[in-house]
Design a protein around this ligand. Structure first.
Ligand SMILES: Cc1cc2nc3c(=O)[nH]c(=O)nc-3n(C[C@H](O)[C@H](O)[C@H](O)COP(=O)(O)O)c2cc1C
Length: 243
């Protein structure tokens, strides 16, 4: 079972991940990182209004990710390292997908920060007619596995159709934040429907904050699960080592 530290922009760097991996994770996600001028400028505007982000100039970002991957592998060489990234075109994502020792490049179709949406990235990607081709170009040109992180239940988007399109694109993993407006747990039923109706490896995310919810998540049929907010303090106060 994949047990993934989910990305948290401005928080999940190598130092943070090295601290939380020993709680039982076998995949650690760096980022999210913005990789081109429109997304970097959007990240700067997010910081201006007081939210944390990782922002690196274009001439530094790729070598920075490479050194972060090396910092994790030096301490935890059995853990897969993933990098969650945003860009307006496939090319910079392909470049990340060639970074030495990076195991997974994760395309961010999830963020809902207005600044990121305004450049067509984050969950706005789910509305692209060419989403499948966008992802396929990356799948066909990288040396590592490809994950696509989506937000479920976005207005105007049929999550199950998107899941099928992502499976058709050849991506290895579908990482689903199964958030549903108005409920305080993941949309377990939707996750179950995605698992039943696709063959892609699904990483379930949202509200895994107790052993009870780990079990509910596993019961949906997911290949793995991920945790973000429950590790924000740098530790995890429930035991996932036995799953
Ligand atoms: C502070 C913070 C920053 C986040 N940044 C990102 C990000 O950069 N990319 C991404 O795909 N998800 C990001 N997320 C979403 C989480 O990865 C996760 O999908 C969400 O918090 C739900 O999972 P949880 O209930 O385990 O926290 C962020 C979440 C938080 C709390």
């Amino acid at each position: 079972m994949l047990k993934v530290v989910a990305p948290m922009a401005g928080i999940t760097d190598a130092d943070f991940l090295n601290k939380v991996i020993p709680y039982g994770f076998n995949v650690a996600t760096l980022g999210g990182y913005s990789l081109d001028t429109p997304t970097i400028e959007a990240s700067k505007r997010i910081i201006e209004r007081g939210r944390k982000e990782f922002v690196f100039p274009l001439d530094v970002i790729f070598s920075h990710i490479e050194s972060e991957v090396a910092s994790i592998k030096k301490v935890h060489n059995n853990v897969k390292v993933s990098a969650n990234v945003r860009a307006t075109t496939p090319q910079p994502i392909i470049e990340v997908g060639k970074i030495k020792d990076l195991d997974i490049v994760e395309i961010n179709c999830h963020c809902r920060q207005e600044e990121i949406l305004s450049v067509g990235c984050g969950q706005e990607m789910l509305k692209r007619d060419d989403l499948r081709e966008f992802i396929s170009q990356i799948v066909d040109n990288v040396d590592c596995e490809v994950s696509v992180k989506i937000r479920a239940n976005v207005d105007g988007v049929d999550t199950l159709s998107i899941a099928k399109a992502i499976e058709d694109s050849g991506a290895d993993y579908l990482h689903v934040d199964a958030m549903k407006k108005g409920i305080f747990e993941a949309d377990w039923d939707l996750l179950n429907r995605i698992c039943e109706n696709t063959g892609i490896k699904v990483i379930g995310n949202n509200s895994v904050n107790s052993i009870e919810n780990v079990k509910k998540m596993i019961d949906t049929g997911v290949y793995g699960f991920s945790i973000a907010r429950s590790v924000i303090s740098g530790n995890l106060d429930f035991n996932i080592t036995n799953f």
